[in-house]
Design a protein around this ligand. Structure first.
Ligand SMILES: CSCCC(=O)C(=O)COP(=O)(O)O
Ligand code: MG
Length: 232
């Protein structure tokens, strides 16, 4: 029985191209100015120092920026990068440089589930502040009120079963009562290993080649939130 929904963002509620073609380039461009302006603030320095330490103790901010830009190019889901990206995107949303993409079917289903009393949670590699900004400034308006909780990689990696066990504990549910929605089969594999229900979002806009047969890893596959059937 589904008593709570846990959803991914990129490729699930929202398009991969918005993240790759709008958010990431914005952060890449703004990074040098951001580090020059705010690099001494403890909340920023903490993450820059972590990157420096993990890269042999480099002490030059310009080198740290280069490492971070390389990580953006590789789509690394590193907690420090994600935290810094979230701070940079705050400026973009504030100055209305962009709004966050959300598929209409996702916005509609999330709103309907909320009305039905189903608690909704987010689990994304984007930092929790970035997730809040994302749904606050979405194409469908401020959707933050729909969600009862937010999880990022501070809960653990999205391809590790332990992360899902931690989240299920944190929200006070049985694993089997939580349905996890994602576009990434390895994330769904980890969630299933932890006992959660799983649905693979396989959107044509994001994945031109349908993932069928073995490619679904046995997860229920849908092309839209409108096709998700909840066990009641
Ligand atoms: C919500 S912040 C923008 C998305 C992001 O940075 C990201 O890495 C998305 O990863 P996801 O786990 O939502 O696929
Ligand atoms: Mg995703």
């Amino acid at each position: 029985m589904t008593r709570a929904i846990l959803t991914d963002i990129e490729g699930t509620t929202s398009s991969i191209s918005f993240v790759k073609d709008v958010l990431f380039p914005y952060a890449r461009r703004a990074l040098p100015g951001f580090v020059a302006k705010r690099g001494r603030e403890p909340a920023v320095r903490k993450w820059l120092d972590q990157v420096a330490t993990e890269n042999g103790g480099m002490c030059d901010d310009a080198m740290i920026v280069e490492v971070l830009q390389g990580w953006i190019d590789q789509d690394r889901k590193h907690t420090a990068l994600k935290a810094l990206q979230g701070m940079i995107w705050a400026d973009g949303y504030r100055s209305v440089d962009f709004t966050a993409h959300i598929y209409e079917d996702a916005a509609n289903a999330l709103q309907a589930w909320k009305v039905e009393g189903l608690p909704l949670y987010v689990y994304s590699s984007g930092s929790v502040p970035a997730q809040r900004l994302f749904f606050c400034h979405s194409d469908a308006g401020d959707l933050t009120g729909l969600f009862s909780g937010w999880f990022d990689t501070e809960a653990g990696g999205k391809r590790e079963a332990a992360s899902y066990r931690h989240i299920v504990d944190a929200i006070g549910r049985e694993a089997g009562d939580v349905l996890f929605l994602s576009d990434v089969v390895e994330e769904l594999d980890a969630a299933r290993e932890a006992g959660l229900g799983t649905v693979l979002l396989d959107r044509r806009e994001d994945y031109p080649e349908p993932r069928v047969g073995d490619a679904t890893h046995g997860h229920t596959r849908v092309e839209s939130f409108a096709d998700i059937v909840l066990l009641r």
